[in-house]
Design a protein around this ligand. Sequence first.
Ligand code: SF4
Ligand code: SF4
Ligand code: SF4
Length: 258
Amino acid sequence: MKPKIAFFDFASCEGCQLQIANLEESVIDVVGLVDIVAFREVMKEASDDYDIAIVEGSIARPIDVERLKKIRENASILIAFGTCAHLGGIQRLSNQWTPQENKEEVYGRHEGAEHTGDDNPFFEQPRHRALDEVVDVDYVIPGCPVNREEVGKVLVAILTGKKPPIPDYPVCVECKKKENVCMFEIGKFCMGPLARAGCGAPCPTAGNECEGCRGFVSDPHVKAHTEVLAKYGLTADDIMRRKNMFTYRYIEKSKGGE
Ligand code: SF4
Ligand code: SF4
Ligand code: SF4
């Protein structure tokens, strides 16, 4: 009997599921090892009988919490799929403001706007959260979006009882192997010294700053790429504070959050 896999989505752009829906050869090999029993983007049928739940998106509403808890009860293994599920996503930045402020930012302050969006349950909720702030999560596949090859490797590892091969060293390591000119050398700022590798450093390789979409290494104050930090007179805290598009969860934590 093949293990049964079900995909679920919460607050997200669904781009991570698309990485699987747009099947390529490497993923097809993996999908052949399992039975997909629920996947809204590609099939109409949906079953509550599954072994592995692959969950995309952040948790914002009470109804999301209840739904996620039921998924957790049903699944032997629950995987947080992509940055929204892993860290709360870009939308977590909205936690900085009150629901009323977010509503005004979206709908403006014109006459009548106080009623606009009243049927949008998002505005009832002050916070976006990652999955592991609500239920136990067994594995994380990081990235915005997830990397197809990594998804395949992680699923094969889980299915064969091995530890998923998610690196716990910084993007700088992969970037330096590619002999890129460092972003700091050209006056830009980069989160590579703290960001978790495994993506192959595509952003600095293409001339863009790493934004840390895969989150930080597990102990950034110890595992940061100290050579780069020292060269540019930076500390791990400097990097953490400077940008937060994907990493606002760490800022909340430093302020006494979860
Ligand atoms: S992690 Fe990025 S690509 Fe994936 S669902 Fe969230 S916003 Fe979309
Ligand atoms: S700081 Fe950025 S550009 Fe510089 S080596 Fe690290 S990942 Fe590459
Ligand atoms: S280089 Fe940084 S921002 Fe780009 S994919 Fe890797 S972790 Fe994400």
